[in-house]
Design a protein around this ligand. Structure first.
Ligand SMILES: Cc1cc2nc3c(=O)[nH]c(=O)nc-3n(C[C@H](O)[C@H](O)[C@H](O)COP(=O)(O)OP(=O)(O)OC[C@H]3O[C@@H](n4cnc5c(N)ncnc54)[C@H](O)[C@@H]3O)c2cc1C
Length: 419
């Protein structure tokens, strides 16, 4: 690494995306400071499901949303929930989001996701091999990645969708109840049919992020937590970062990677795309027998991941369009428990712990926002919605290419934040 003391980049946000951007920039010798108002993983990046699952990494605005109808989303126990509140920005987001749920627009977004998926795991390897991450904190190949269903119809529906979006049929194996339970005895009586997906990976997000933060700091990145960035302004050939404690931080360049809060800081720099929190919930349980790999229940929209801490299973789900900082709503957790009960056996649901809510940064077209804003010194990296862990390293790589080598790939152009 050759140091470039002339370059001083401030990254706002110490989530998966901000830390990956910091790592790829630092590898090029750039001086980097990461700022976070709370701490590492204080947003969506801590309690998520940690799947690196290209087969499932698809755009959120899909035609099925139009079929289900927004009405179903107003039920508090619905896995996709919109509170009936007069919030003009939220309703503008939903109106634009719904406009993107047509088959044609979805196919267009899907074509971009195909390109993202083709490089996502490769960028992960680049990051992890350079760091030699010890096993419990690193990404693992999922020898067993199962999806469980309550009917063969539901299973064939997902199987058909996966093949239609380009997943190799050989990677999607159908299983009947007895085969499924032989593979995964922790599945409950509510699961009658299954799929086994090959070629996927997973990680323990909290551990992975903590190790990544340690590594970027060891590589020379300055990590400052506790102050909120309230504005980023242009200052001569560079920029100035204004903090809530009154401090002003000079920078040659600023990267806004502050997740669901990105809109307020990016809007003055010409980024008009809305970023709305699609909040998800999770909690941990200690099943009598830990599943051997991730388990997905698509009908209930639940994602279960064995964590690296001994014996713990994370159960994640829900999509709640509410303000990012709204308090955790216990009704969502209870709805998840009720849905999960028949699906897993040997779990003391009452003894769950680590209840968590985190905001997925969602965009109306389902595509991330990565690249330069109208201010030449201000870049954004965010809006990854359901897939910011999977796409974090690739985002860091794309942005480093743009900033350091002034090269924007075809893929980079498709993620232009000024689109
Ligand atoms: C239940 C659930 C399950 C998920 N499962 C998966 C999965 O299996 N695989 C996958 O790839 N993705 C998954 N995701 C999505 C993934 O978690 C997010 O896309 C990703 O974490 C977004 O990362 P980020 O760095 O952009 O944002 P965040 O992690 O939200 O980080 C933003 C950071 O910016 C800080 N910040 C905000 N505003 C300011 C400010 N003004 N000044 C200073 N700091 C600020 C915040 O404190 C925060 O730490 C899931 C999400 C949820 C909720």
């Amino acid at each position: 690494m050759k140091d470039r003391p002339d370059q001083n980049v401030v990254v706002v946000g110490a989530g998966m995306v901000g830390l990956c951007v910091a790592w790829f920039l630092r590898r090029e010798g750039i001086g980097v400071t990461v700022l976070d108002r709370r701490g590492v993983g204080a947003g969506a990046s801590w309690g998520n499901a940690g799947w690196l699952a290209p087969a499932l990494t698809l755009p959120l605005p899909e035609p099925a949303v139009l079929r289900t109808g927004l009405r179903a989303m107003l039920r508090p126990d619905s896995p996709l929930y919109v509170p009936p509140v007069p919030d003009p920005r939220l309703w503008r987001f939903l109106a634009e989001f719904t406009r993107h749920c047509t088959p044609e627009r979805w196919r267009r977004a899907l074509a971009v996701f195909e390109l993202l998926n083709a490089s996502a795991l490769d960028a992960f390897d680049e990051l992890d091999l350079a760091r030699t991450v010890p096993a419990p904190a690193g990404a693992r190949k999922a020898d067993q990645f199962l999806a469980g269903f309550t009917s063969s119809r539901a299973r064939e529906h997902l199987r058909g969708e996966l093949v239609a979006v380009g997943v190799d049929p050989a990677q999607v194996q159908s299983l009947e109840r007895d085969e499924l339970v032989a593979l995964e005895p922790s599945l409950g009586p509510g699961v009658t049919h299954g799929l086994r997906l090959h070629g996927q990976r997973y990680l323990d997000p909290g551990r992975y992020l903590a190790a990544l933060a340690d590594d970027v700091v060891a590589a020379g990145v300055k990590l400052d937590t506790g102050s909120e960035v309230v504005e980023v302004v242009r200052a001569g050939a560079g920029a100035e970062v204004l903090l809530d404690d009154g401090h002003r931080l000079p920078a040659d360049l600023v990267v806004l990677a502050n997740g669901s809060w990105l809109g307020d800081l990016a809007r003055p720099h010409g980024v008009r795309r809305l970023v709305q929190a699609g909040r998800g919930y999770s909690f941990a349980v200690d099943p009598e027998r830990l599943p051997a790999g991730p388990v997905y229940f698509p009908q209930q929209r639940l994602a279960c991941t064995p964590l690296s801490t001994a014996g713990a299973l994370r159960v994640a789900g829900m999509m709640e369009f509410r303000p990012a900082d709204a308090p955790l709503d216990p009704r969502r957790i209870e709805a998840m428990v009720a849905a999960a009960r028949p699906l897993l056996r040997g779990v003391s649901w009452e003894r769950r712990r680590e209840e968590w809510v985190g905001p997925r940064p969602c965009t109306v077209d389902g595509l991330p926002l990565v690249g330069r804003t109208r201010s030449p010194q201000v870049y954004v990296a965010g809006g990854h919605g359901m897939w910011g862990v999977t796409l974090g390293p690739l985002t860091g790589r794309l942005l480093a290419e743009q900033i350091v080598h002034r090269r924007t790939s075809d893929l980079g152009r498709l993620l232009d934040p000024l689109r």
